[in-house]
Design a binder for this molecule. Structure first.
Ligand code: HEM
Length: 374
């Protein structure tokens, strides 16, 4: 019901004209509609859907916007996509790995048979297995290229050292994925190649033998070795990699990416041109210039001690007073020469300075100030 109709109804009711019966009262649905129209009109109505409900609780839009609308430094180029490419391959490995695990049997006697079955008989089995196998090599290549990019662009320096360390752990874990995955087909090649890799591990200093024992899961290569490699390859290492990628990206978002080394950092808007700042400043002086947090401390240090400050304040007051006097003298109208002479005469004894001797003409001195009093 429109507002006009409603007004009419109210008027009719007030007049008792009987028109009220003719004008129908708004139903509940109509009243709801009116309330909604009013809310839309005032901009207080917002449609609530499932996505909006979830978003208002987890602030997904805010997080997504913050991540996707970050500022990137000038000179950002294709080399900066290597990290994302590595991440994409990791995601592909996870997806294809899930499908492979549906057909793989981690048993010393059945592993090889399950692999040949999925390759030859399962729909798209060979394709998915091929993706996983080639993806493993690609991920190693990309991770090294990404590491080289961050190294040559100096992205490992302050404040990104921790992200570099996380990256190193990611690199180690990625190679562990390669090692543990290689054994899984359990054919002649994977079996003997893994024995070689395990022996190399055992020759490492201090932790080498312990690590090799842990991987072998016993004194000899056996069915337990395969189970251990499978568990590491399927759960432990991918879980760690996923968690560390999360931390890695957190730092990338928090700190931003490093500009390429050939792009000079810009000076803040409105600051002096660098040449002006450095002109005429001796090299030693630069060493004394405090940086960042040291500025406040340096300012405190630069303040004079209390007595010195008091002395300076007293001196400043004196100078001020002197200046004020001088200004007063300059501003005040000059006393006429005759007045000054009369004053002088007044100070002198009467007999020594008779009135006639003053050259002040009588008519000029109407105020009487210049009069000589005995
Ligand atoms: C699973 C492996 C890895 C993934 C998924 C990954 C992912 C990423 C992504 C998406 C970025 C931001 C975009 C970019 O600069 O490419 C990045 C930045 C970075 N990554 Fe990685 N990364 C991995 C391994 C590594 C490794 C092995 C290192 C070094 C040892 C490393 C060190 C860094 C550093 C220092 C940055 C900051 C770059 C900058 O500030 O410009 N990452 N990573």
């Amino acid at each position: 019901m429109s507002l006009l109709k409603r007004k009419k109804t109210e008027e009719a009711e007030a007049n008792g004209s009987g028109d009220a019966e003719q004008v129908a009262k708004p139903t509940k649905g109509e009243r709801m509609g009116q309330a909604k129209d009013l809310a839309v009109h005032h901009g207080t109505h917002k449609s609530i859907d499932v996505a909006g409900w979830v978003d208002s609780r987890v602030n997904a839009t805010g997080i997504f916007t913050a991540m996707m609308s970050r500022h990137v430094p000038k000179g950002t180029n294709w080399f900066y996509t290597l990290g994302s490419a590595t991440m994409f391959i990791f995601a592909m490995q996870a997806i294809t790995g899930v499908f492979l695990s549906m057909y793989y049997t981690p048993s010393a006697t059945q592993a090889y048979a399950s692999i040949t079955h999925m390759t030859n008989e399962v729909f798209m089995g060979e394709f998915v297995r091929g993706m996983h196998k080639w993806g493993a090599s690609l991920m190693i290549i990309l991770i090294f290229l990404h590491m080289a990019r961050t190294f040559f662009f100096g992205a490992y320096k302050y404040p990104r050292e921790l992200n570099w360390v996380i990256g190193v752990v990611l690199l180690i874990l990625t190679t562990v994925m390669g090692l543990t995955g290689y054994l899984l087909p359990f054919d002649q090649r994977s079996f003997w190649a893994t024995i070689v890799a395990n022996n190399i591990t055992a020759s490492g200093p201090i932790v080498g033998p312990y690590l090799a024992d842990f991987l072998r899961a016993g004194p000899d290569f056996s069915a337990t070795t395969l189970s251990r490699f499978y568990a590491l390859h399927m759960m432990v290492v991918p879980g760690l990699i996923a968690a560390l990628i999360g931390a890695h990206l957190f730092f990338v978002v928090k700190l931003g990416t490093t500009a390429p080394p050939w792009v000079r950092a810009g000076r803040p808007k409105g600051s002096m041109p660098e040449e002006e700042v450095t002109a005429g400043v001796a090299r030693e002086d630069f060493e004394d210039v405090p940086v960042n947090g040291a500025v406040a401390a340096a300012e405190i240090e630069a303040e004079p001690p209390v007595e010195e400050a008091d002395a300076q304040a007293a001196e400043a007051e004196e100078v001020e007073a002197k200046e004020a006097e001088e200004t007063e003298a300059a501003v005040a109208p000059e006393e006429p020469a005759e007045e000054a002479a009369a004053e002088e005469a007044a100070e002198a004894p009467a007999e020594e300075a008779p009135a006639e001797e003053t050259d002040a003409p009588d008519d000029s001195d109407t105020s009487g100030e210049g009069e000589v009093t005995p």
